[in-house]
Design a protein around this ligand. Structure first.
Ligand code: SF4
Length: 212
C-alpha cells in the first residue's frame, strides 16, 4: 500500500492532468489513430492522421480509398502495407455494419482488423472513460522496473497486477501517467534515474545510474 501510494503520488506530481497525445476529433479517428500507433510514436501518428482524415473526411471515403494512396499517406509511420489494409477494412466494417460509429463493446471491438486488447483498452478508456489499463511497451517496462510485475510476466499478467495495485477509479489516469512516465522519464534507454523519486523502489536503478 505504501509503495502504491508512493508511485501514485509521484505520478500525480509529474502528470497532474495526463492526456492522450493522439490527435482525434471523433470515435473512429481515435480508433484508427490507436491502430496506427503500433510500433511507432504518437508524435509520428499525429503527422499522418490530419492528412489522412482531410483527404478522406468520412468512413465512406476511407472505405473507397485505394490501398496505394493509403500506403503513400501512411508510409512515414512504418508497417504501412498492413496499416493501410487495417484502415480500409475498419472503415468498411464501421460504415457497413455499425452505422459509421465504433461499437462500445469489447468483443465487437476486438473483432475489428488490427484491434487487440491493448487498442481496445486505450479506446474504451480514452473515449468512454471506462475503467481499463492498457499495457503498451512503456507501461510494461515501468511496471517491471518498479516491481509491480515480474520481468517474466506477459502483458496480460502485467495488466492484472496493475489492476490489483491501483483502485479501479484510478485505472484510466494511471495508464496515461505510466505511458508518459515511460515516454519522457523512465525511458527504455538512458532513463532519468538521478532525478527519479521512485529510485528506492526500482529494480533497475543500479543499472541506470552512472557510477561516479
Ligand atoms: S529509477 Fe530510473 S529506471 Fe527506475 S523507475 Fe526511476 S527512472 Fe525508471
Amino acid at each position: 500500500m505504501k509503495r502504491t501510494n508512493e508511485i501514485g503520488n509521484y505520478l500525480d506530481s509529474l502528470f497532474p492532468n495526463p492526456k492522450c497525445e493522439l490527435i482525434y476529433h471523433n470515435d473512429y479517428e481515435l480508433l484508427i489513430a490507436i491502430v496506427l500507433s503500433a510500433q511507432t510514436t504518437d508524435k509520428r501518428v499525429n503527422t499522418v492522421t490530419p492528412v489522412l482524415f482531410h483527404r478522406y473526411p468520412s468512413l465512406y471515403d476511407l472505405k473507397n480509398a485505394s490501398i496505394d494512396e493509403l500506403e503513400n499517406i501512411l508510409r512515414p509511420i512504418g508497417s504501412f502495407h498492413i496499416k493501410a489494409k487495417y484502415v480500409k477494412s475498419i472503415a468498411t466494417i464501421l460504415n457497413e455494419k455499425f452505422h459509421d460509429s465504433v461499437p462500445r463493446d469489447r468483443d465487437l471491438l476486438i473483432s475489428l482488423p488490427g484491434v487487440g486488447r491493448k487498442t481496445c483498452n486505450v479506446f474504451l478508456s480514452e473515449f468512454y472513460k471506462e475503467a481499463a489499463i492498457a499495457v503498451d511497451t512503456h507501461v510494461d517496462r515501468v511496471s517491471k522496473r518498479l516491481g509491480i510485475a515480474k520481468v517474466s510476466d506477459d502483458v496480460l499478467l502485467v495488466e492484472e497486477k496493475l489492476m490489483k495495485t491501483f483502485p479501479k477509479e484510478e485505472w484510466g489516469r494511471r495508464h496515461l501517467q505510466l505511458v508518459l512516465f515511460g515516454r519522457y522519464y523512465c525511458k527504455a534507454v538512458k532513463p532519468q534515474c538521478a532525478d527519479c523519486l521512485l529510485i528506492s523502489l526500482c529494480h533497475e536503478k543500479n543499472k541506470n545510474i552512472p557510477s561516479i
